[in-house]
Design a protein around this ligand. Structure first.
Ligand code: HEM
Length: 413
């Protein structure tokens, strides 16, 4: 694939090209080497690929904004008009699209629910789910690993944690994909605001009765906690709660699904690491960190400049967009020895897969727990994993690193 990669900086402009989407490591490595803070006229913003600059961008809350409804992003949304007002209203409460102080207010809703201690209570259930899903893959020549394992595990876990009834879970994948097309800047999909708007409506209709029920019949679950949470004596509004529950449904399974699937692809490429994990299940923790670094589910995230400043020797002007490419930072040889090598014992491993700063992924402890349990069990039970999908295809968008399908065979021990 390397010969298809661009040689001159201006040839890096198509961030949705096959090279950028299918082989991002090579594409962004080359961009980092040639122009680490690169002006991209097509995206109309800066593409940042060096570890030091990406982390600085994530931590700079004074000068960089996450607000997708203001600055240069406002017109993207405004262009969609009042037709999509409901979608916009709901998304405008999503904590990752907000700056301080509103972000602090929203984040306080969920901060305690996802600490490593809070999610630890889910371990036995996750272990049981992993075993029953994995056992159904045993002895089969070909399994749809994406649908049968990588999707099912996180969707059941997050739905149970949030109290979403089992019969509603089937639709969650389709609705999340439609929302993802809006959130991840999907290319070549002009209808994305239509389908995203419908998906948001379905999800809100699913969540609203649960929120109302918990208002009068509180249980020991996350939504009850959110409904009864108070900040300085005030309760959160119903739409703020619904919108952020939708965010957790969406963020809580889409990314974890991709973490598990991308991990399987990495283990297929580095079979020695599978054996290593099978021989020492204690490596599951560092193995998951290495999957996150090597091929994490979020490739890049956008910000915009609230004021002029300098980044990596470039002058960024007010209202300029900035794409912080985590995938590139995670492969920066200035920070990671042999970054192209998948080494499940790598430590320390200060990857940026969960972001940094005030928006650092709130669900990281849950995602880690699920993936650790999954890889440890699979490596113990199966001699090897073989990817059968001939040509792996990744979603054509700027943000997520998501396979469109993954068929595999798990060989018995
Ligand atoms: C491997 C799986 C996951 C990855 C790679 C991931 C990645 C990320 C990243 C990079 C951010 C920062 C966004 C930004 O700075 O703009 C983020 C934020 C967030 N994530 Fe995750 N995530 C994962 C799993 C989860 C799970 C399981 C949940 C919920 C249960 C979740 C909920 C959230 C929420 C609510 C935010 C917004 C936090 C804020 O703005 O303060 N994520 N995630």
């Amino acid at each position: 694939m390397t010969e298809t990669l661009p040689a001159a900086p201006q040839l890096f402009d198509d961030l949705l090209s096959d090279a950028a989407i299918q082989t991002p490591t090579e594409f962004y490595n080359r961009l980092r080497e040639q122009d680490p803070v690169h002006w991209n006229p097509r995206w109309n913003g800066w593409i940042v690929t060096g570890y030091r600059d990406v982390i600085a961008g994530f931590r700079d809350h004074e000068r960089l904004s996450s607000d997708r409804f203001a600055g240069p992003f406002a017109k993207d949304m405004a262009g969609s008009g009042s037709r999509y007002q409901q979608l916009i209203d709901f998304m405008s409460h999503w904590m990752f699209t907000k700056d301080r102080p509103y972000h602090t207010h929203l984040r306080s809703l969920v901060n305690t629910a996802f600490t490593p201690r809070s999610v630890e209570v889910l371990r036995p259930r996750i272990r049981q789910l992993v075993a029953s899903l994995a056992d159904s893959l045993r002895g089969r020549d070909r399994v749809n690993f994406m649908a049968e394992f990588a999707f099912t595990l996180p969707v059941v876990v997050i739905a149970e944690y949030l109290g979403i009834p089992p019969e509603s879970r089937e639709n969650l994948r389709a609705w999340s994909e439609d929302l993802g097309a809006v959130v991840f800047f999907q290319g070549g999909n002009q209808d994305r605001f239509d389908t995203g708007g419908q998906a948001m409506q379905h999800l809100a209709e699913l969540i609203r009765p649960i929120v109302r029920d918990r208002a009068t019949n509180p249980r020991e679950d996350l939504i009850s906690g959110m409904v009864h949470a108070e900040l300085d004596g005030d309760r959160f509004e119903e739409d703020e709660i619904i919108s952020n529950v939708v965010l957790m449904v969406f963020a809580g399974h889409e990314t974890t699904m991709n973490l598990i699937a991308n991990g399987i692809v990495a283990f297929d490429r580095f079979p020695g690491e599978w054996e290593r994990l099978a021989g020492d299940p204690g490596l599951a923790r560092t193995a998951v960190e290495e999957v996150l670094r090597y091929d994490g589910p979020i490739r890049a995230l956008a910000r915009w400049a609230k004021e002029p400043f300098e980044l990596g020797g470039r002058q960024i002007e007010k209202n300029h967009r900035i794409l912080l490419v985590q995938h590139a930072a995670n492969h920066d040889p200035a920070f990671f020895a042999h970054p192209g090598h998948f080494d499940i014992g790598r430590w320390p491993n200060k990857h940026l897969a969960f972001g940094q700063g005030i928006h650092t992924c709130v669900g990281a402890p849950l995602a880690r727990l699920e993936a650790q349990e999954a890889f440890a069990y699979l490596a113990r039970e199966f001699a090897s994993v073989e990817v059968l999908t001939r040509e792996l295809r990744y979603g054509r968008n700027l943000v997520s690193r998501s396979l469109s399908g993954l068929d595999a065979r798990l060989h018995d021990r």
